[in-house]
Design a binder for this molecule. Structure first.
Ligand code: SF4
Ligand code: SF4
Length: 69
């Protein structure tokens, strides 16, 4: 089975509407997969960090911008 991957839908992602421009999903990720270069920037998945497929990021995002496949 392929490793899980967190995919961000940038049509639904609104960092400017998240608390102080900080991605709530990033804060919840136990493996530091999700990153922001700076507050109010779009988050992205760090290619060298392993996603465990826990879906904490999915639950944390109020805009349903993340799915794990
Ligand atoms: S992924 Fe969700 S929690 Fe993270 S910045 Fe985008 S909308 Fe906010
Ligand atoms: S599924 Fe879990 S490990 Fe993967 S990016 Fe989301 S919070 Fe991080």
């Amino acid at each position: 089975m392929p490793d899980p991957v967190a995919i961000i839908d940038y049509q639904k992602c609104h960092p400017d509407r998240c608390d102080s421009g900080v991605c709530a999903a990033m804060l919840e990720c136990p493996n530091k997969v999700l990153r922001q270069e700076a507050f109010y920037e779009f988050p992205f998945s760090h290619p060298s960090h392993f996603c465990r497929g826990c879906a904490k990021c999915v639950q944390a995002c109020l805009f349903e911008a993340i799915r794990v496949v």
